[in-house]
Design a protein around this ligand. Structure first.
Ligand code: UDX
Length: 436
């Protein structure tokens, strides 16, 4: 079986390398010249543990190739995976579908042979049905070119494992044929017992946005509890542990703090809110609006706490630990840490940011901030330390040594991940979110 992967960003590059690992001949299609050049040389244009090794191995063996030519993909592939991005639009909170539409409009007229086009991008419900009609209209192969929707649930930082060993497979289809093709493509996971859920197109589209909306709701729920805990002097971390012991609730995604960021949760919640409003689902719209609002409020709250600590220092020096939207990633899309950093800089403070992986990306988007090559460089002379992305290296900081470097030992733990007892014992004033 020959496979093409259209769009080799985060999702596509990982999926292409994963398909090659499963033994298929894979052709990745990428239009961005700089990205294409890197991929062709077996390099990964972003940081993802384990991906470089996988991708470079299959590029070297010739099983994984990259091109900018859709015609080449149309000529050889039996299955085309559509992995282009659906970012938030600039003018509204809706998803920008221009890349998805452009890919189908460019690919469909080239499809002379029977094939399956499989959407993996996250799209508003109803998109797949529209694309299926477009495919039927434009493809010379006619009904031989079919469409299925197979959402992707990979997490950054665990993308390789999530691709090779997914916890479920969702096949959104309008006929039985594509189910057999997809079972075949994913035969290794299917034989290993991975649950397969076969649905119609609209349910498959909704599964993805509902999953992300649920995760976001869980985080915003615990952050709402953190707000209440702050008002009464309770401890949200203990609360999360205690309710998390109930298997129906579970402890995962109950870490209160600065809120969620990244390239998926924020824009998917907003796009879903927008779509729900279009559909007239008013309660869903207001639920999702509140989830987003609680999340945005957490960042603002950290800024308020920081300004309070810096009241006597109009030009304070602030050390920010962490720039990526979460640890084990260099992704800074909608990063709460950088949002807070930029806000404090805008208010006249001197912000020095450290991150183990994300500094090059952060520097491009936020050139006004200063960046430190190591933790010590960020801490030196700081009036206030903000712990905003919970990389393991920050939990290894010796609070006593850190206290000797800073101007004054004050820290706000925006991720509730530091050992508060140890930091206080070393003379630090520690403020947490939702903890006394
Ligand atoms: C998410 C989904 O998990 C994944 O299934 C989907 O395919 C893409 O979107 P990802 O964006 O990689 O994956 O990040 P995730 O691990 O879900 O974390 C999202 C954000 O939530 C991060 O900013 C993280 O710091 C934050 N978070 C997570 C919390 O604030 N608290 C938690 O308890 C968990």
């Amino acid at each position: 079986m020959q496979i093409s992967v259209i769009g080799c960003g985060y999702l596509g590059a990982t999926h292409a390398a994963g398909m090659a690992e499963l033994g298929y001949d894979v052709l990745g299609v990428e239009l961005d010249g700089a990205k294409l050049a890197e991929l062709r040389e077996g390099r990964v244009p972003f940081f993802e543990p384990g991906l470089l090794e996988l991708l470079s191995r299959h590029v070297a063996s010739g099983r994984l190739r990259f091109t900018s030519d859709l015609q080449e993909a149309a000529d050889v592939a039996d299955v085309h995976f559509l992995c282009v991005g659906t970012p938030q639009r600039a003018d509204t909170i809706a998803a920008d579908l221009s890349h998805v539409d452009a890919a189908i409009d460019a690919l469909a007229p080239l499809l002379n042979r029977p094939c399956l086009v499989v959407g993996k991008s996250t799209v508003p419900v109803g998109t797949a049905e529209r694309l299926a009609a477009r495919l039927a209209e434009l493809a010379p192969a006619g009904s031989g070119a079919e469409l299925a929707w197979n959402p992707e649930f990979l997490r950054e930082g665990f993308a390789v494992a999530d691709t090779l060993e997914p916890d479920r497979l969702v096949f959104g289809v309008t006929a039985q044929g594509p189910v057999e093709v997809l079972r075949n493509v994913y035969s290794r996971a299917v034989e290993a017992g991975t649950p397969v859920v076969v649905t119609d197109l609209q349910t498959a589209e909704l599964v993805k946005v509902a999953a992300n909306a649920f995760l976001a709701t869980k985080i915003s729920f615990i952050n709402a509890m953190a707000e209440v805990c702050d008002l009464v002097g309770a401890d949200v971390a203990q609360l999360a542990d205690a309710i998390g012991h109930d298997a129906r609730i579970g402890r995962k995604f109950l870490n209160a703090g600065i809120g969620y960021g990244g390239g998926c949760l924020p824009k998917d919640v907003r796009a879903f809110q927008h779509r729900a409003e279009e559909l007239g689902a008013s309660r869903t719209t207001s639920l999702l609006r509140d989830v987003d609002a609680i999340n945005q409020q957490r960042r603002a709250h950290v800024v308020v706490l920081a300004l309070d600590e810096l009241e006597d220092r109009p030009r304070g020096r602030v050390a920010v630990l962490g720039a990526a939207f979460k640890p084990h990633s260099d992704d800074i899309r909608d990063s709460p840490a950088l949002w807070v950093s930029a806000e404090l800089e805008r208010r006249g403070h001197h912000v020095v940011v450290h991150d183990p992986e994300a500094i090059p990306n952060a520097r491009t988007l936020f050139p006004q901030l200063e960046y430190a090559a190591d933790v010590e460089g960020a801490l030196d002379g700081a009036d206030l330390v903000l712990h905003l992305t919970e990389w393991p290296v920050y939990r290894e900081i010796d609070p006593a040594k850190a206290a000797a470097r800073v101007g004054r030992p004050r820290v706000i733990d925006g991720r509730n991940a530091l050992d508060v007892g140890a930091w206080r014992a070393a003379g630090w004033s520690v403020r947490s979110l939702g903890r006394p």
